[in-house]
Write a protein that binds this ligand. Sequence first.
Ligand SMILES: [Zn+2]
Length: 164
Amino acid sequence: MRITARSKNRVEFSRNHLSFYMKYALVVFNTLRKPLFHKFLDWVLRRERIKEHKVKDVQIKMFPLRKENGNGLAGKCSSEGKILLYPRRLEFCREKMQELGMENLDFYIKSRARATLIHELLHLKYASDEEKVRELTKKYFNIFTKHQRSQNSDAQNITKILFT
Ligand SMILES: [Zn+2]
């Protein structure tokens, strides 16, 4: 797993944006690297009979990517097993911080990163069956969250934002 930035994008971003996206990428990196989450992913892969070697590369992209319809993209998975994870835009996070507070925003960013990685791993098996992948992502994400015994009392509300 590594953090990557497309350099051609970098010029578009101010210093403020750069430091925000740098911090964001580090939070995601540290969250996804946690041994407990890894153990959980291994369990998911075994349960779904997805061979671990099918995952060739996991890249945390530093900058967000917008789809043609203007919506942000959370992640991408190629048939070769290359998984890309994208951040939320700074403007979105600012808005959410005002709405939910810093602690909840932090929780949201971590949850989104975990859910996205689970989602893209499932695409390795279910390919373009988006409905199935979404259903299972929700299921596995909830299992992980329950076991985590999160102290966050707003966890349920934030999970709602994640899956709508
Ligand atoms: Zn998908």
